[in-house]
Design a protein around this ligand. Structure first.
Ligand code: KIV
Length: 253
C-alpha cells in the first residue's frame, strides 16, 4: 500500500482529488480507518473531550498527544498521520519546534497548530526545521473561552478579509494544507479558490478541497454534544449501551 505524504496531499489540489480526513486517537480506530482508505488521520487535541472527558481542548498536554500518536501510528500503513500541538506547546518559536519534534519522534508525519498571523513565527520555525505543517484557521477551539463559544466565522467583510489573510499566511509560511473550521461556506469557497494549498473543511461548506470530521461525531460515539454541521453515519453509543445491557442480562441471568 502506498504511503500518503504531505506532498501527496498538496498535489491533490491540482488533481482535484478530494481529501478525506478523520481524527483518531487509538490503535483499533486508526487501523480500521486506514483499512477503509482514509487519506489523513489527525491525532487531534479534541481527544481532550472525546477520550479524556475534559470540557474542551485546553487541558490537553503534549504528553497526551504523544501517547495517542504512538498508538495511532501502530495501526496505520497508508494514511498520513498529523498530530496536534496542544495549547501552550507553541507559545514561542523554539518551543514550537521542540514540541513538534516530540510529535514527529512519536511517529507523526506532520503537525498542526491553531492560528495564522498570530503564530507566523512559530509556523515558519516549524517549516524551516523541515517539519510538515498543517494550518488551522477560522473557529479556534483552543480559544473557545475568549471567543465565547463555537461561533461561525466570516460573517462580516472584516472577518472575511481577515480569514483570507490567515490562509495566505499559512501558504506563505510553507503549510502543505489548511483546515478551515466553522467558516461561512462562501468565504471558505473564496479561500479555496485563492490559495495554492488544499483546504480541508469542517463545518465550512462543500467547496473545500477536502473534509475532516471528529471520528466520534461521524460514528455517533459522543452523544452528549453534537455540533450542528455533523451528519453521523452510525450510532455507536447506542450499540455500546445495547451490548452492555445484553451482557448484564446474560451475566445476572
Ligand atoms: O482537534 C481536532 O479534532 C481538530 C479538528 C476538529 C480539525 O482540530
Amino acid at each position: 500500500m502506498n504511503k500518503i505524504t504531505p506532498e501527496t496531499i498538496r498535489s491533490w489540489k491540482q488533481a482535484r482529488r478530494r481529501i478525506c480526513a478523520l481524527t483518531a486517537y487509538d490503535f483499533p480506530t486508526a487501523k480500521l480507518l486506514d483499512e477503509a482508505g482514509i487519506d489523513l488521520i489527525l491525532v487531534g487535541d479534541s481527544l481532550g473531550m472525546t477520550v479524556l472527558g475534559f470540557p474542551d481542548t485546553t487541558d490537553v498536554q503534549i504528553q497526551d498527544v504523544i501517547h495517542h500518536t504512538r498508538a495511532v501510528v501502530r495501526g496505520v500503513s497508508s494514511a498520513l498521520v498529523v498530530a496536534d500541538l496542544p495549547i501552550h506547546s507553541y507559545d514561542h518559536p523554539d518551543l514550537a519546534v521542540q514540541s513538534s519534534r516530540l510529535l514527529i519522534d512519536a511517529g507523526a508525519q506532520g503537525v498542526k497548530l491553531e492560528g495564522g498571523q498570530a503564530c507566523s513565527a512559530q509556523i515558519r520555525a516549524i517549516t524551516d526545521a523541515d517539519i510538515p505543517f498543517l494550518g488551522h484557521i477560522g473557529m479556534l477551539p483552543q480559544h473557545v473561552a475568549e471567543e465565547g463559544g463555537y461561533r461561525r466565522k466570516g460573517r462580516t467583510p472584516e472577518e472575511r478579509d481577515y480569514l483570507l489573510n490567515e490562509a495566505k499566511v499559512i501558504e506563505e509560511n510553507g503549510g502543505f494544507a489548511v483546515v478551515l473550521e466553522l467558516i461561512e461556506a462562501s468565504v471558505a469557497a473564496k479561500i479555496t479558490a485563492s490559495v495554492s494549498i488544499p483546504t480541508i473543511g469542517i463545518g465550512s461548506g462543500t467547496e473545500c478541497d477536502g473534509q475532516i470530521l471528529v471520528f466520534h461525531d461521524l460514528v455517533g460515539y459522543f452523544p452528549w454534544f453534537k455540533p450542528k454541521h455533523v451528519k453521523s453515519e452510525g450510532n455507536v453509543a447506542e450499540e455500546i449501551r445495547k451490548a452492555a445491557r445484553a451482557y448484564i442480562e446474560r451475566t445476572r441471568g
